[in-house]
Design a protein around this ligand. Sequence first.
Ligand code: ADP
Ligand code: MG
Length: 393
Amino acid sequence: MDSLREKFSRVYGAGGETEIFFAPGRVCFLGDHLDYNGGTVLTFALPMGVYATVRYRNDGVLRLFSERGGNNVVEHRLGQNVETAWARYPAGVYEYLLGQDRPCEGGMACAGYNVSGADVYYHSTLPIGAGLSSSAALEIVTAFALLYPIYGEQIDKSEIARLCKRVENRFVGVNCGIMDQFSVALGREGHLLILDCSDESYTFSEAGLEGWVWVAMNTNVPRALRESKYNERRAECETALNALREKNPSLRAPAHADKAMLDAAELSPNVRKRAEYVVEEQARVVECIAALKRGDVQTIGRLMNESHAGLQTLYEVTGRHLDALCSAAQKAPGAVGARMTGAGFGGCAIALVAAEAQTEFIRSVGESYLQATGMNADFYVVRPSAGVRRVDE
Ligand code: ADP
Ligand code: MG
């Protein structure tokens, strides 16, 4: 295979210094949909991700090429419209780094970073749109690459995570929570991230779990309803919060409520179900953190199974392919637990499996899934990996 630098030269021409950066995807193994509900999420960064090979420019022009983004180079200057959909992510990062989301009086940008342009070549080893956060990887690797000449290893990763979330929310127009960008930016080799989304505080737990492996599983189903249903869930949770606040005015977020509060509030049946998932999932996350400390794999697996059931019957974001895949995975040889991951409605799931059974697990789940749906699943045995970084090829 050609090196990334060779591929870069073929698009942009040879000469000049290039640097290579990498941002991983992430997997959430407990706590999906809790980030925008002020809850705690458990994630880790993946070995797969997005590489950006970069040659810096000093004329303020950003040129973007992705192997997964058509055959042309997208050229962007500050304030220009971005017509190519995928390029909105990196162009938005460039705009916001320059302070365009914080205009001062007179509409001029202020308080931005002094980044200049670059030629960027993206190469990705992640499935796109599958719930493993290729979008956050694309944003974060761009932000890190553009800031690197100024800050080097001192880049504030929490800050770029917050900036990239604003880009996705406002520039791209996807109303995601903070989980993805934080996980991708902060990931630590061999560690699980425990992120409290109500105040963005976080800790790491050593992955431990000797003798067990994480298996990400892709339904390969495009997520048809995802965005509209995602926004619907957010609205329902906001409705729940407003209703809960009538009797609990100081309640900060749905994830901080409890069952008694839900019982005392007037909630429509659907809103009640969404809130119930949130409250139960938050309790599972707390239980899981304790189980992780003990290395109690059976409890972690049970919590993952219960989480999937909640996402299926209460939050209603799974769909028949994710249900078929997880149901097969929960019964397969060596499995302790499996659940969907990401926003749902297609995309990926994650299972915790005995290392010695992984081959048999993958064969068995693949076969059951094919039988149930007529589709082939993809499997990736993954380990908790480091977050965004500069890499030597
Ligand atoms: P996820 O983040 O779960 O993979 P999203 O729908 O949030 O799914 O993000 C997918 C979008 O991100 C794609 O439609 C594309 O616009 C963009 N994207 C991600 N990775 C790449 C890449 N390597 N090249 C071009 N676009 C990408
Ligand atoms: Mg995304």
